[in-house]
Ligand binder design. Structure first.
Ligand code: URA
Length: 200
């Protein structure tokens, strides 16, 4: 973790960070992954969306959210007038797909965390959307489940600057549990209202 932290801290731009992650050898997930998945969307966006791990298609293309989860994600945001290409900047908690799509271990998450926190510091978003339990718990330092965290605005502490952060259900959960879409819709409308209020 120390190694990742020092490397991440040394990066002064998103391009440097992307390169640093692609050359980092301290996480075993990299050995089985096809590509390092860094980000997608608009670099000018003030809204940063943080997912979990790349899936099969994402690993193959080297981009986050290009598979089924990504299709639903695009639909969810389109419903509140936001598009990936112009309004959102997307990344994941981990840049490498875990083999067999297993859940990443606590150690893997801890190793990669400094890259995400540096990613946020360099992207400087005004608002953060945390997709699913892994990013919500890790970045808000919480033990609560996503069911408890979702839809409640929290603050992400970026060196003293408090950035509004809203955890919402992950598209993969909504694909398995369509009934949860009602709650996800409420949360999206709330996010839309906040974005309007902040004039983002
Ligand atoms: N694809 C991603 O890039 N991230 C997720 O969290 C799920 C699918």
């Amino acid at each position: 973790v120390r190694q990742a932290q020092d490397l991440a801290d040394s990066c002064q731009s998103l391009a440097e960070l992307e390169k640093a992650i692609a050359t980092f050898d301290g996480c075993s997930l990299k050995k089985t992954a096809t590509n390092t998945v860094f980000s997608d969307g608009s670099l000018n966006s003030k809204i940063m969306v943080i997912g979990e791990v790349p899936g099969v298609a994402d690993d193959r293309h080297g981009k986050p959210f290009v598979g089924d989860n990504g299709a639903l994600l695009d639909k969810m945001f389109a419903a509140i007038g936001l598009s990936r290409d112009t309004d959102l900047y997307l990344t994941n908690m981990l840049p490498w797909r875990p083999p067999g799509n297993r859940t990443p271990t606590a150690e893997e998450i801890a190793i990669c965390r400094p890259f995400v926190t540096r990613h946020i510091a360099l992207a400087k978003p005004d608002l953060i959307i945390l997709l699913g339990g892994i990013s919500a718990k890790t970045l808000l330092n919480s033990d609560l489940s996503i069911t408890r965290l979702r839809g409640k605005w929290a603050e992400y502490d970026l060196a003293g600057q408090k950035i509004p952060a809203c955890p919402i259900y992950h598209p993969s959960y909504l694909i398995k549990q369509p009934k949860a879409k009602a709650d996800a819709w409420k949360d999206l409308l709330d996010i839309k209202a906040r974005i309007e209020e902040m004039s983002l």
